[in-house]
Design a protein around this ligand. Structure first.
Ligand code: GDP
Length: 304
């Protein structure tokens, strides 16, 4: 992406999530490792929205590590915690954003309104165009003119072409037209920003499935379905996320707004509970604020 995820890059955006772990480490200083240490850690992980099942598994594994390492001081637990979080995240092996070189690859961005789909599509467009790729943005929300307007204004700002359909038109046919245009124009990457209205949930899922089927008429074109999730909604976001993973076969998560929340632990819950890798994290509102997710850098920024 626009930035590589070195630890120091993430320290500041993850500041709010990091603070409780900082305080924890201050409390651990010069203390023996005892049950209170474990209780404190459990509370902090739950506050960070890691969620009960993942917290329990993490703590069990960490107790084993601490026992094997013969740890007696609470201070010495910190590096083990960082390693455990990194290992937990390493269970998702594939964080690559896939493309099929030599043809137009399509990435669908799905998720409920307000999570940051349009912004993330624009950030991706900017990053890939800067690498020399030909990029096309597609506004597939024909329901809300404001959504397409917003994508167009991003397109103007970053200098990427935007295709939109008629208001109230069939989103799947907008996508079909866009893919034909992409083929004709020698586009490398097509980023499709979809609708996210939740009050007519069933229709939305049917609409997304239809878009998916249309893309699949172009062999090998669809290489990513990215579920955009807002980190500030924490555990609540996971319920909605499941509806998308069930309906459209998600290949990766873009977790936005990690800069504005203390719920950074949600990364762990997303992967454990949805079984889908977090591939991208959003750490701000500008085009450059999108980072390829790296487990070790994340663990270091959160608890290191
Ligand atoms: P959509 O309805 O899913 O397309 O969401 P938008 O892309 O319109 O984003 C909704 C709001 O979230 C906008 O104000 C964005 O600037 C903001 N936003 C998106 N991503 C991030 C992020 O990573 N960090 C922060 N702080 N704000 C973000």
């Amino acid at each position: 992406m626009s930035r590589s995820a070195s630890d120091s890059d993430l320290d500041e955006p993850l500041g709010r999530s990091r603070a409780p772990f900082r305080r924890l480490r201050e409390r651990w200083h010069a203390r023996h490792l005892d049950e209170e240490t474990w209780d404190d850690l459990e509370e902090t992980l739950l506050l960070a929205d890691v969620g009960m099942p993942t917290t329990t598994r993490l703590l069990d594994a960490l107790r084993d590590r601490a026992r094997h390492a013969g740890i007696r001081d609470a201070d010495d637990l910190a590096p083990l915690l960082e390693a455990e979080i990194t290992d937990e995240l390493a269970e998702q092996p594939d964080r690559v954003l896939h493309t099929n070189p030599g043809q137009a690859s399509v990435w669908l961005l799905v998720g409920v309104n307000g999570v940051g789909k349009t912004t993330t599509a624009a950030k991706l467009a900017d990053a890939h165009q800067k690498r020399g790729e030909r990029v096309l943005l597609v506004a597939a929300d024909t329901f809300r003119a404001a959504a397409a307007d917003q994508l167009e204004s991003w397109g103007d700002r970053i200098g990427v072409a935007v295709l939109r359909g008629q208001e109230g038109g069939d989103p799947a046919s907008v996508v079909f037209d866009a893919l034909q245009a992409a083929g004709a124009r020698g586009v490398d990457l097509v980023l499709v920003d979809t609708a996210g209205r939740m009050h007519t949930k069933r229709n939305l899922m049917e609409e997304l499935k239809k878009i998916r089927r249309v893309v699949e008429r172009f062999p090998e074109a669809l290489t990513e379905v990215l579920l955009v999730l807002d980190a500030t909604t924490g555990q609540n976001g996971l319920v909605q996320a499941r509806e998308f993973t069930d309906a459209v076969g998600v290949t990766g998560v873009a977790l936005t707004k990690l800069d504005g929340t203390a719920k950074g632990g949600i990364v762990l819950a997303v992967e454990a509970e949805l079984g889908v890798p977090v591939k991208l994290i959003g750490v701000g509102e500008s085009a450059a604020d999108l980072v390829a997710f790296d487990p070790a850098a994340f663990a270091a920024a959160l608890v290191g």
